[in-house]
Design a binder for this molecule. Sequence first.
Ligand SMILES: Cc1cc2nc3c(=O)[nH]c(=O)nc-3n(C[C@H](O)[C@H](O)[C@H](O)COP(=O)(O)OP(=O)(O)OC[C@H]3O[C@@H](n4cnc5c(N)ncnc54)[C@H](O)[C@@H]3O)c2cc1C
Ligand code: SF4
Ligand code: SF4
Length: 424
Amino acid sequence: MDPAAIAQVIRQHLIDPEICIRCNTCEATCPVNAITHDEHNYVVRAELCNACLACIPPCPTGAIDNWRQLPLARAYPIEEQLTWEQLPPEVPPQQWASQAPQPGGAQACSASARSALALGPGTRVFRATPYGATTPPWSAAHPYTQLHTPASPATATVVGNFNCTQAGFDSQTHHVVLDFGRMPFPVLEGQSIGIIPPGSSASGKAHHARQYSVASPRNGERPGYNNLALTVKRVTSDHAGQPVRGVASNYLCDLKLGERVQVIGPFGHSFLMPNHPRSHLVMICTGTGSAPMRAMTEWRRRLRNSGRFEGGRLMLFFGARTQQELPYFGPLQSLPKDFIDINLAFSRAAGQAKRHVQDLMRERAADLAALLRDEGSHFYVCGLRDMEEGVVLALRDIAQEAGMDWNQAGAALQREGRLHLETY
Ligand SMILES: Cc1cc2nc3c(=O)[nH]c(=O)nc-3n(C[C@H](O)[C@H](O)[C@H](O)COP(=O)(O)OP(=O)(O)OC[C@H]3O[C@@H](n4cnc5c(N)ncnc54)[C@H](O)[C@@H]3O)c2cc1C
Ligand code: SF4
Ligand code: SF4
């Protein structure tokens, strides 16, 4: 293959045909009509997809969140994707040169898609997505996924539901506890579940499932019980600030104890925590992005209390508009200082300068540089979609200012499942 063609590397967006439930949500969501389907598969056109990620949150199964790093000339055309029974494995860079170009592959990527997805030096706009790992840490426990589908959802009972932000303020985030009784629903920290709201949309279609990260550790919100917790923000305005009543979030926040909920999943096979002793967790989140961080922190706390685990370092960067909007502010304060290093950033606190998580990260550059050098460190980013670029850019700058080669360090984090991005 032409070396110049190999040099142009993209992250191609693919849909996993083994997981996809053909619900059409992504096709209806994509603003540029990059998604299409036949009676066999849902597929993404590389020449149209600009990696805007608008299709990721509405997908109830996570099937859509698949990316393959490969040379531009090797991009999979939709004719081939439509025939797939399963996703092709990631081709290691050493084998790229021996791969024949796909018919239509090189032509398949538009200039906008190329600039949006291009990796490495020379990229004008910094994009964080390519640095996110699609593999779990080597010591992660094996997750169960897709045990319950929309055709056969599990039913859970609400056993807890309270506002976990300061009462009396407009913004509300609820801590919702769901109990599965005797129905198997095993989850790991970092996984998510899907909630199917009852009823139908204005167009008469049944509501599609919405995803929520699990906020409790693997052995339950209450250890030994078959239950889990969610951290749900009540959506009362859309991203543009216009008043809107979010379907699933309001349904969940209004649930009464004893009510029953339809649940699908679990989802997620890579945003998982390491289990080997002395592995470090750097958790960077905003708002409800704290849910998986709460799960991981609580699991490490239980391990530490059991005295059986020599835990590594835990560092948390947590952002919200104000302290009153920060979920779990009270419980966070009671965690021992020698257990977790907590850094809070408020962007709208009265009388204070605006601070975002990436500002705090830059202030803690010396500690983060040491963690970036340590192969036991794992980085997790979760929360609002627009935080992602700023956070990964801060990591890049911290690495470079400490004399590290970011191209090598960033690629190693991605390859070894040590940098995980989940924003929505
Ligand atoms: C992997 C993953 C994990 C997630 N984990 C969580 C979680 O732990 N907690 C949580 O609360 N949410 C989480 N979400 C988001 C969640 O799935 C829903 O999108 C969210 O609750 C809104 O759903 P809704 O039905 O209330 O709003 P919808 O009825 O779907 O949307 C109403 C309108 O509000 C806009 N909107 C949607 N979400 C927001 C928002 N957060 N802020 C402002 N406007 C919005 C929509 O674009 C739409 O215009 C996660 C999403 C993903 C993909
Ligand atoms: S990432 Fe954006 S452009 Fe690409 S398929 Fe999804 S919604 Fe469409
Ligand atoms: S939204 Fe997800 S599950 Fe539904 S068709 Fe698209 S990829 Fe498949």
